[in-house]
Every structure is written in structure tokens, then in C-alpha cells.
Design a protein around this ligand. Structure first.
Ligand code: FAD
Ligand code: SF4
Length: 325
């Protein structure tokens, strides 16, 4: 690990000022320190934001507001989260390990880097680590890689579980930077790789995530997160699905659906949602709608199985929403 300086700040203003002069925020450090140890990330100056008052989880009207520094474990265990949005809790419990969840923050989770093995291998070409060096995964080991939103420059999936749920639930994020405060849908945080895969998110220089806001909806209790992976715990998703349905008078009135493990960013499936509206929530319509998720899919040499696993995971997650109701 290369030497670096660490500055602790106690106000949001001081944090933004420090980051504006090129310093990097550090929260739980579970991603950043890991990558610094491997010298994939080499920031010379860090700003420790853990003393900022951004850990609160609260209700505002029908919205759930989660501070950027709230820890994954605390969010998962919070009674309001479990009562209003159980699938947020479910997605957090399914991620990482208990030790990591105690350290890791929601803001850091959204900004975690890819888990493509080549990203961490200095002797392999990787456009994300070293722009214009190539992509070792396209003709290499790519069983865990994406089939949606890929480009000829990068095919890595976004690894966050809770991001998939937040995108499904139309959550927004509140950020503040040198140019003031703004909020936008969590979905818009994530860039497609295109020909600039090293640019992963839409935050402006010096912008700090303050909080995530999740609107309430009639679908939020009939909702489930299903994560399919190689091991039952401590493993990233091969495919995951966050599904929420509002059912009344025997038909689906509203649907929310996003998937993980298959897209270069958390992948919202509006076409699938639309295909279910006004239909009875049964396996037949789930199966028909789920096939639409494959629109634009581009499998790689080792991940054709995701073409089958993705619709199956969606169907199972939709069926499980009935069990949650
Ligand atoms: C072994 C292992 C297994 C894991 N498994 C899973 C899994 O199954 N599912 C899953 O979803 N995640 C998983 N993770 C990822 C884990 O959830 C993230 O490492 C963690 O959430 C990052 O949070 P942090 O607070 O530690 O971020 P940090 O490491 O402190 O920061 C990460 C990045 O976010 C930036 N940042 C942090 N906070 C802010 C803020 N408020 N505003 C602006 N920028 C900010 C930092 O500058 C840095 O670039 C795993 C991690 C490990 C190490
Ligand atoms: S898939 Fe992306 S992260 Fe992986 S080697 Fe290619 S460019 Fe790098």
C-alpha cells in the first residue's frame, strides 16, 4: 500500500471543501482500503467522513430516509425499514458478511467498485482500471459477467445488492457539493460503460452523498429480494431480482422490478413491469413477462446460462411476493 494522509472532518462543509481539493472520502473503508492495499486505487489523501451526522434513519411523510453513513447492519435491523420496506433489509442481509455489514455504509455500498477479477490484476488489461488498455474478460473468464448494458470495452456487473432494490423502488439520492445540493433518482447514479468504463457514476467532483430517500407505495409490503449465487452466503449474485407488486381486485395494479448480477448497472425492467399490469398475478403471466427481460441481452462465452437463470429468478421472485403479502 502506498503512503497516504488521513484528515478527519466534523462538518459536511469541511468534507466538501477537502474533497474539492482532490481528496477522497472514506466511510467504512471496506472497499476503498481493500483496493488501496492492492494498489488498484492510489489516493494520496483521504477525508474520513465518519464523524458527520449522516447516520440517521427516519420517516418523512410516507418516505423512508436513510443517511449515507448508516451502516448496512443498522439499516437491515431498523424497525421502520423492516416494517415499510422489508426487501431493503432482505437485500442487505444477503450481502457481504456480518463483520463487513457492521462497517460498511449505504453511501459506500452504492459506490463500491466492480468485482471482475481482472480489475484487481495489474498484469491483465482492464479499461476500468487503466483506460484504453483493453478488457481481459471479454475473451477470458466471464461466467459471472453481465449480459445487459455491456460494451466492447467492459462487461463487468455492478455488484451492489441494495442498489438493485433502491432502483426498483424509485429511490432518490440527496447529494451536496461545491455547487450546492441536488437530488436525483438512484438509477441515474450509475453510468453504462460505453467507451469510458473508468467513469462509473454521475457524481460531480467533491459531491458527498447525504442520504437516500425511498418513497412508500402500496407495493412495498408485497415485495421480495431473491439472490441466486454459488454459495449460500458471503458471495455476490449470479442473478438477483427485487420484485414488488400491488395487487387489488385480483389483478396487478402496479409492479416494480429490477435485477442484479446481469447488468453493468442495477437494471430496472419497466417493459416487464408494464406487461403485468391489469393481469392476474399467476405463473403464466410472470413467465411471459419475464422473457421480456432478455431484450438486448448479449451473452459472453461462459455466461449463456444467465439467459435461462434470469427469467427463472424473476418468476420465482414474483411468486415469492405472494408469500410475503
Ligand atoms: C468480501 C466482501 C464481500 C462483499 N459482498 C457484498 C455483497 O454480497 N453485496 C453487496 O452489496 N456488497 C458486498 N460487498 C461490498 C460492501 O457492501 C462494500 O464494500 C461496502 O458497502 C462499502 O461501504 P464502505 O462504507 O466501506 O465504503 P468505503 O470503502 O469507505 O468507500 C467506498 C467508495 O465510496 C466513496 N464514498 C463513501 N461514502 C461516500 C459518501 N457519503 N459520499 C460520496 N462518496 C462516498 C468512497 O470515496 C469510496 O470511493 C462486499 C465487500 C467485501 C469486502
Ligand atoms: S470487464 Fe470491465 S472490469 Fe473486467 S477486465 Fe473488462 S474492463 Fe476491466
Amino acid at each position: 500500500m502506498l503512503p497516504f494522509t488521513l484528515e478527519k472532518v466534523t462538518s459536511v462543509q469541511a468534507a466538501i471543501a477537502a474533497a474539492s481539493s482532490g481528496r477522497r472520502f472514506i466511510a467504512g473503508g471496506t472497499t476503498l482500503i481493500d483496493l488501496m492495499r492492492e494498489e488498484v486505487e492510489q489516493p494520496a489523501h483521504l477525508v474520513d467522513i465518519n464523524m458527520l451526522p449522516l447516520s440517521e434513519i427516519r420517516i418523512e411523510g410516507s418516505d423512508l430516509v436513510i443517511g449515507a453513513l448508516a451502516r448496512m447492519a443498522d439499516v437491515a435491523a431498523h424497525p421502520d425499514v423492516q416494517r415499510l420496506h422489508p426487501l431493503i433489509a432482505e437485500s442487505l442481509i444477503e450481502g457481504a458478511s456480518p463483520q463487513l455489514r457492521n462497517m460498511a455504509s449505504i453511501g459506500g455500498n452504492l459506490l463500491q467498485r466492480v468485482r471482475c477479477p481482472y480489475f484487481r490484476m495489474h498484469d491483465a488489461p482492464c479499461n476500468k482500471r487503466t483506460p484504453n488498455s483493453g478488457c481481459a474478460a471479454i475473451d477470458g473468464l466471464n461466467a459471472g459477467h453481465a449480459i445487459l448494458g455491456t460494451s466492447n470495452h467492459c462487461v463487468a456487473t455492478h455488484p451492489s445488492d441494495v442498489a438493485v432494490v433502491l432502483v426498483a423502488l424509485d429511490a432518490t439520492m440527496q447529494v451536496r457539493g461545491p455547487r450546492g445540493e441536488r437530488s436525483f433518482p438512484v438509477e441515474e447514479l450509475f453510468r453504462l460503460p460505453g467507451d469510458t468504463p473508468h467513469l462509473e457514476h454521475t457524481l460531480l467532483p467533491g459531491e458527498l452523498i447525504l442520504a437516500v430517500r425511498v418513497p412508500g407505495g402500496p407495493y412495498s409490503r408485497r415485495a421480495r429480494y431473491l439472490k441466486v449465487r454459488d454459495r449460500a452466503s458471503y458471495e455476490f449474485a449470479l442473478v438477483s431480482a427485487a420484485a414488488a407488486l400491488d395487487v387489488g381486485d385480483g389483478v396487478i395494479r402496479q409492479a416494480r422490478l429490477a435485477v442484479g448480477g446481469v447488468g453493468t448497472r442495477p437494471w430496472r425492467l419497466r417493459t416487464v413491469e408494464k406487461a403485468m399490469i391489469g393481469r392476474a398475478p399467476d405463473r403464466k403471466i410472470f413467465e411471459t413477462a419475464a422473457r421480456l427481460a432478455l431484450e438486448g441481452a448479449r451473452p459472453l462465452s461462459d455466461n449463456h446460462y444467465k439467459l435461462e437463470l434470469l427469467p427463472r429468478t424473476i418468476v420465482r421472485a414474483l411468486e415469492m411476493t405472494g408469500e410475503a403479502a
